[in-house]
Design a protein around this ligand. Structure first.
Ligand code: C2E
Ligand code: CA
Ligand code: CA
Length: 822
């Protein structure tokens, strides 16, 4: 597969989608809209080629191609095809999205795509009210698999959104033509433009009605204007007042009689005469009508009226009604204006509808319809904030709870019955979970066959009861697939949100652990997180570490150490690796192993890494200035550790780049260390980070190398500059022939890839001697130089005059040796 899901976070996807909808509603030309759609497509739907085919509005015999993305293999922008006998025509006539295997198609456009290497195509119609404007298309160089269906859904919604906005532009153009031919209407044109802009800002039906009420009297001479929205029951409409409501009060529910036949039908299925009737029905004299509504209007002095259909996704949703005080009181010009108002209203209503659908799709899992993680996480965070603020405990409830639900032996179903049955099962399980929980909480789909649910504050016993209902709802009634019945069950883990809950991630981990217990006990049961003293203590410790780390960041209580990395040749200047510590009570120093893992788990590591980079590069700059002024040599390079969690978090790249820029340290003297294991787990993200950063100058070292899983292929793709051979392979290498063979193998692999090697944790001269025979490039370890406060290793002049640094007494391991070899 070459089409990949976008790497963006859900959050930014949502805001992009909203920005697109708003942008489209405000764009004032077709081209401006296409540009917006193109930008969105390029950023969010990774496709080999994407285009819009636009039907020729005049002759109706051709369509032309507007390219959106992937121009390299596209049919050129602007190419015109005959509509007859084309794939596009099929999609346009069917008014349905289609996916084609092009080798099986004979149409002209299909053949043109095949010649360009496109083997499959997805087309979805752009339509609004009863008009089709064209299609949005995606071309594939490989056959897409099912995982593309979410992006196809997205494209279909996008096409609907675009349709509604093209309808708006067309209605506007039509009006301008009419008004231009009739100078008297010039003031109305201005009002109409205002109306259009205001409608673009409307976020619901009330807003639409309010906007229309402000403008309508300036546009058409009418006694009353209303909107009759179909519903609440079939055959009924509800009246919304827009202007001078004589006759039928707003809020009245009326029987719509003749509209019942149209409300469920698509416009394309309606006979032409009936469609015309829905679009515009003019009754010039109510006295001659036997329609009860007309009679009612007549009684309050409304003599003639006009009803205009409002359409969303080709379906009638109601009528815009204009009534006049005189017989045949609505002039041809006013009819034209009212028709324009109705199109504006249709396109706005369709935009609102599609927007709501898109937001729903963005927040809901497409298989089960349950809310997605992003939305769920925000609910969870909120529940935790409440639990902490109100100091809830299990004993002193009510408490919210998190349940982790895992389908037992799901893989088996998937393997034996196939993916389709597997999907069906998940959909069914999702529905049963939702039904069992009801208003007691919010379920969400976590991963393939895992669900989570946030349960509203209640007693622990009630939470357990709900979980047992879930297990029963799933285990007691068999599932049906392909006419065969089979049983399934789930394992559930329950954790409570209390004053000790540190984060959503932690609550989830406890619930997952409890679920694991359920699995171990044979599945189809509920287990509760362990509440023993030990796990409580762990929570307490984690919580207090988080506070401590945040304080240390705020008050600069971290301390930097640096350890030399020397060229084995003993020639040239040493580099240093920067290592963080935390200032503890009474001058003690807390090592990173105590707080880095917690910082990684609770999302604080990015801040730490930025803090380290800022302060380390600042020290480097000082060392370089000092050297320029005739002082000791600054390190050749500065090695800075980055956590893989940092480099895969949004915005970290930009932040780090800013730090590098601000420091004025030449980028070729900066090396970032990332661990081999972390990198392999997040390979694509790490690769992107390394690629983007390396072109700007900084280099990369793969840390703790040799204990992870990387293969030659990965190493070649990643393109790092240094391998740091893990200490466990180096320690005692002088006495362990297996280790020396391994290190020698790493060395020759690195040579083949033109990567420099660094052996770490060298503690004895014996080990150093073996490494010398193997020929590693650089060495680091207690034997070569201990980590020491960075000012000391870099021999920086103390900031405070009363601090004495024993520069020329190399008695302690913590005293810096000069970085330049003598
Ligand atoms: P690391 O990157 O592998 O760092 C090398 C560790 O080995 C350091 O431990 C260092 O003090 C220790 N070491 C150096 N020479 C020898 C030796 O000869 N023998 C032995 N046994 N150990 C030696 P430290 O400073 O406790 O750091 C532990 C880990 O914490 C680091 O492992 C690194 O993964 C992480 N860390 C340290 N500073 C940072 C930082 O600024 N950011 C991030 N993300 N992680 C950091
Ligand atoms: Ca390191
Ligand atoms: Ca290391």
């Amino acid at each position: 597969m070459t089409t990949q899901p976008p790497q963006q976070s859900k959050q930014s996807n949502d805001s992009l989608l909203l920005a697109l909808a708003t942008g489209l509603a405000q764009a004032d030309s077709q081209d401006a809209m296409f540009q917006l759609v193109a930008a969105y497509t390029r950023a969010n739907i990774v496709a080999e080629r994407a285009s819009i085919c636009l039907l020729d509005g005049y002759a109706g015999q051709t369509f032309s191609v507007v390219s959106l993305a992937g121009t390299a293999v596209t049919i050129p922008h602007g190419t015109t095809f005959p509509l007859q006998d084309s794939l596009i025509n099929k999609v346009v006539s069917a008014r349905q999205p289609r996916i084609w295997r092009l080798s099986e198609q004979t149409e002209l456009d299909a053949r043109a795509l095949l010649e360009n290497g496109v083997v499959a195509a997805f087309n979805t119609p752009i339509l609004c009210a009863d008009q089709v404007y064209g299609t949005i298309n995606i071309g594939y160089l490989d056959y897409p698999d099912e995982s593309d269906s979410p992006s196809h859904e997205l494209l279909t919604s996008l096409a609907e959104l675009l349709g509604s906005q093209l309808a708006r532009i067309k209605a506007n153009e039509q009006l301008e033509r009419e008004v231009a031919s009739n100078k008297r209407h010039i003031g109305k044109l201005e009002r109409l433009h205002e109306l259009e802009t205001e409608l673009a800002r409307a976020t619901n039906l009330d807003g639409v009605i309010r906007t229309l009420s402000k403008t309508v009297a300036d546009l058409i001479g009418a006694k009353r204007v209303s909107f009759a929205k179909l519903g609440p029951n079939p055959g009924e409409s509800t009246v919304f007042g827009i202007h001078g409501m004589k006759g039928l009060a707003a809020g009245t529910v009326i029987a719509t009689g003749d509209h019942t036949s149209t409300e469920t039908k698509q416009t394309k299925d309606l006979p032409k005469a009936e469609l015309d009737e829905v679009r515009l029905r003019y009754t010039p004299d109510h006295r001659t009508s036997d329609n009860p509504i007309h009679q009612k209007l007549l009684a309050s002095g409304v003599m003639s009226s006009m009803n205009l259909g409002i359409f969303v996704h080709e379906q009638v949703i109601g009528t815009l009604n204009v009534g006049s005080a005189s017989v045949d009181g609505i002039s041809a010009a006013d009819q034209a204006l009212a028709l324009a108002l109705a199109s504006f209203m249709s396109s706005t209503m369709q935009r609102l509808d599609t927007q709501a659908e898109l937001m729903f799709a963005a927040h809901h899992d497409h298989l089960t319809g349950l809310v997605r993680r992003t939305l769920f996480d925000s609910y969870l965070d909120l529940a935790i904030q409440v639990a902490v603020a109100e100091q809830r405990t299990v004993e002193q409830g009510p408490i919210a709870a998190l349940c982790f639900i895992d389908v037992d032996r799901f893989k088996l179903v998937n393997d034996l019955e196939g993916h389709v049955a597997g999907d069906e099962l998940l959909r069914d399980i999702g529905a049963r979970i939702e039904r069992s929980i009801g208003s007691a909480g919010t379920p969400s789909r976590l991963g393939a066959d895992e669900f989570i649910a946030l349960l509203h504050p209640d007693t622990a016993a009630n939470h357990q009861a709900i979980c047992r209902e879930v297990t029963a709802a799933i285990a007691d009634v068999p599932f049906i697939s392909n006419g065969r019945a089979f049983s399934s069950s789930v394992s559930i883990g329950l954790s409570f949100l209390t004053e000790l809950s540190a984060s959503g991630a932690e609550a989830l981990a406890s619930a997952e652990a409890a679920c694991h217990t359920s699995k171990l006990l044979g599945g189809n049961r509920v287990s509760i997180e362990s509440m023993d003293d030990e796990s409580q203590a762990v929570r307490r410790t984690a919580a207090s570490w988080i506070t401590r780390i945040k304080e240390a960041l705020r008050y600069d209580e971290f301390v930097l150490y640096a350890q030399p990395i020397r060229p084995l040749s003993d020639q040239g200047t040493a580099s240093v690796e920067v290592l963080i510590r935390l200032a503890g009570p009474n001058g003690s120093i807390i090592p990173p192993d105590r707080f880095i893992p917690i910082a990684e788990q609770y999302g604080l590591i990015g801040n730490i890494d930025t803090w380290v980079a800022t302060n380390a590069l600042d020290a480097m700059r000082k060392a370089m200035d000092q050297q320029d002024a005739g002082g000791p040599d600054a390190p050749e390079c500065m090695f800075i550790n980055l956590s893989v969690n940092s480099i895969s978090s949004e915005g970290f790249f930009e932040e780090l780049l800013e730090v590098v820029d601000q420091s004025r340290v030449p980028t070729n003297r900066i090396v970032f260390e990332i661990t081999e294991t972390g990198t392999m787990h997040n390979f694509e993200l790490a690769l992107e980070f390394v690629n983007r950063m390396r072109v700007l100058g900084p280099r990369f070292a793969l840390d703790d190398f040799g204990v992870g899983l990387s293969s030659l292929g990965y190493l070649r793709r990643l393109g790092v500059d240094f391998l740091k051979i893990d200490g466990s392979l180096v320690k005692d290498i002088g006495r362990d022939p297996i280790k020396s063979t391994m290190v020698a193998a790493i060395k020759s692999m690195a040579d083949a890839l033109d990567i420099r090697t660094i052996a770490e944790h060298i503690e004895t001269d014996e080990d150093l001697a073996v490494l010398r025979t193997i020929g590693v490039d650089n060495v680091q370890g207690y034997f070569v130089g201990h980590p020491a406060p960075i000012e000391r290793t870099l021999q920086l002049a103390p900031v405070e005059a009363n601090v004495v640094v024993p520069l020329n007494q190399p008695t302690s391991a913590h005293v810096a040796a000069p970085l330049r070899a003598t």
